[in-house]
Design a protein around this ligand. Structure first.
Ligand code: ADP
Ligand code: MG
Length: 231
């Protein structure tokens, strides 16, 4: 695989069931994401977006093909190596935030930094810095239940950045948000893009295209077309 590409897939496939129940959720996909690219993969519900993202992030194993991240083959790694890869090199953002309800905003971010092996003082400093970066310095001690949806997703994005990930993988990050909150989150993704963070966002929300360098359309488990936004 090419060293210049941060993230690559070759012949990537994930099938569910067999015979009558066979679903080709991801069907023979090739993908090259250079470092620093903000990629949006768009398509209707059920086209395989979440499955693709989970395969790329080592949350699920393919039934065929290969995934490479930073020159290392992901799909054949041991569970242990996969857990370490996810912890150290990938930032995940989910539609429903996945925050710890009983931890404050800053503690949610800090916990991820601690789990990634940062010493406690550094983890706290980094969490404070990241919350400031996502515009939530004044909400650091609030619980998720005391935050709006957009604020929760910004905490989740700060958490995804706690390990200085090679790539942020986001699955419908605006899926549970109203229009105002969607714009908050899009603005934040645009800042990450401008700062050179490699991003893969899968969504059916066409607004995400505004913060991507490249948009791929997905249908029935395969890529339909690819557009470079060219900036
Ligand atoms: N665990 C599973 N078992 C069987 N079929 C599944 C499973 N997960 C997803 N699928 C099917 O795979 C296809 C792609 O699903 P998914 O990746 O969730 O699509 P999207 O995220 O684009 O909505 C759908 O047809 C879905 O029903
Ligand atoms: Mg999905």
């Amino acid at each position: 695989m090419t060293a210049a590409m941060l993230l690559q897939a070759r012949g990537l496939s994930r099938r569910y069931g067999s015979d009558d129940t066979l679903v080709r959720a991801v069907d023979d996909i090739d993908l090259d994401v250079p470092a620093g690219q903000a990629l949006a993969v768009m398509g209707p519900s059920g086209c395989g977006k979440s499955t693709l993202l989970q395969l790329l992030g080592g949350l699920q194993r393919p039934t065929g093909g290969e995934v490479w991240l930073g020159g290392r083959r992901v799909d054949t790694m041991s569970e242990r190596a996969l857990a370490k890869l996810r912890r150290d090199r990938i930032g995940f953002v989910f539609q429903d935030f996945h925050l710890m309800d009983e931890l404050s905003a800053v503690e949610n971010v800090e916990l991820a930094a601690l789990l990634a092996g940062q010493p406690p003082r550094r983890a706290r400093r980094r969490a404070t810095y990241l919350l400031d970066r996502v515009g939530l310095a004044d909400r650091a001690r609030h619980l998720p239940s005391e935050l709006s949806g957009g604020q929760r997703q910004r905490v989740a994005i700060a958490r995804a950045l706690s390990n200085e990930p090679d790539v942020v993988l986001a699955d419908e990050p605006t899926g549970n948000l109203d229009t105002a909150a969607t714009h908050e989150v899009l603005r934040l993704f645009d800042e990450l893009r401008a700062a050179g963070q490699t991003l893969v966002v899968v969504t059916h929300d066409a607004r995400i295209a505004a913060v991507a360098d490249r948009v791929i359309s997905m249908r029935d488990g395969a890529f339909a077309d690819s557009l470079h936004v060219g900036r």
